[in-house]
Design a protein around this ligand. Structure first.
Ligand code: ZN
Length: 345
């Protein structure tokens, strides 16, 4: 069926036009009228570079994967959702009978199909069809704008889960981009007593530091190691969340972490990074990695609904669907005060 959508034709070439999209609601699917879609760094990167790693845009592709909306149709087998439910969607769909899925690691199922990752179309279009199993009903007090931010917040929450935070833990987050801020908020809501966020850009740090429990370190002006020493009486933080993706963030990263602490690698450096394993081992630092998320969307919604996490201040501006191209141009500018730009359908 033809539908209007924001289509990435090729690098630096977007159009709002009709394109053929699936229209058949399978027995386990729901159809959703999209309300709000957040623009992600990955959407912008496909727009500006046409590829991320081995994923290359070879044919026109609809962008967008951070979405919320209202159910308009349900498949014959769907029991837990009904027409009119407000929902948000997990954009990655694994093969539920795969070995990874059976182990609860469906995010690393090699056959996972993920919105707006070539060649799979995204959701910047009025209606989408999605498995009910990866569609989550919104609590009444969660807005569509907040619900469209569950996807990036889920990455931060996955990092907090992997860190195995204990009550009162201290943490550092390197990188104050949207995912770094999400990791800081998830860490605080998961029991951290304080989080130090580091970056090179004051405007980004100022946004992170507006949250109680977050302090900011601009590493152009101050050494992160000194700030950590001062804050922890020289012991080191329990957890470092690396969210910048910069190989340089790993220079003496073990020096920030206390003995027995944890390093969670969230950012994805383009090049291999150097890590001093001997020094890491001398403190028995545990290393964890994050690839998207699994089994955290419902927890993220519960945290937002309860007021434990407030994502509303992170929406920098909302554009109407017919100005989607302008929204992407703005996102590609990378203004330091912009955390999340959203498109309202
Ligand atoms: Zn995203």
């Amino acid at each position: 069926m033809k539908a209007k959508a924001l289509v990435l034709e090729k690098v630096r070439d977007l159009s709002l036009r009709e394109i053929d999209l699936p229209s058949k609601v399978g027995p386990d699917d729901v159809k959703i009228k999209i309300d709000t879609v957040g623009i992600c760094g990955s959407d912008v990167h496909y727009y500006t570079h046409g590829r991320i790693g081995s994923f290359v845009v070879r044919e026109p592709m609809v962008l967008g994967h951070e979405a919320a909306g209202t159910i308009t149709e349900v498949g014959a087998n769907v029991r837990d959702l009904k027409v009119g439910d407000r929902v948000c969607m997990e954009p990655g769909v694994p093969d539920l009978s795969s070995r990874a899925s059976k182990l609860g690691l469906y995010n690393v199922d090699p056959s996972v199909v993920f919105w707006a990752t070539p060649p799979v179309h995204g959701v910047l279009t009025p209606y989408v069809i999605h498995p009910a199993a990866f569609t989550y009903k919104l609590p009444d007090n969660v807005t569509f704008a907040e619900a469209a931010m569950v996807e990036p917040f889920a990455v931060g929450l996955q990092a907090a889960v992997k860190a195995q935070i204990k009550p009162g833990d201290t943490a550092v987050v390197t990188g104050a981009g949207p995912i770094g801020i999400m990791a800081a908020l998830a860490a605080l809501a998961s029991g951290c007593s304080r989080v130090i966020v580091s970056d090179l850009v004051d405007e980004k740090l100022a946004i992170a530091a507006r949250y109680p429990g977050v302090s900011a370190v601009n590493i152009k002006k101050e050494k992160l190691a000194d700030a950590v020493k001062a804050a922890t009486d020289g012991w080191g933080v329990d957890v470092v969340f690396e969210a910048s993706g910069s190989p340089r963030a790993y220079d003496d990263i073990q020096g920030l972490i206390c003995p027995g602490g944890c390093l969670v690698a969230i950012g994805m450096p383009i090049e291999p990074v150097k890590l001093d394993i001997s020094s890491v081992a001398a403190k028995e630092i545990r290393i964890e990695t994050v690839f998207r998320y699994a089994n955290v969307f419902d927890r993220a919604l519960a945290m937002i609904a309860s007021g434990k996490v407030d994502l509303k201040p992170l929406v920098s501006e909302t554009f109407p669907f017919d100005q989607s191209i302008a929204a992407f141009e703005r996102a590609a500018e990378g203004r330091p005060r912009d955390v999340k730009l959203q498109i309202k359908m």
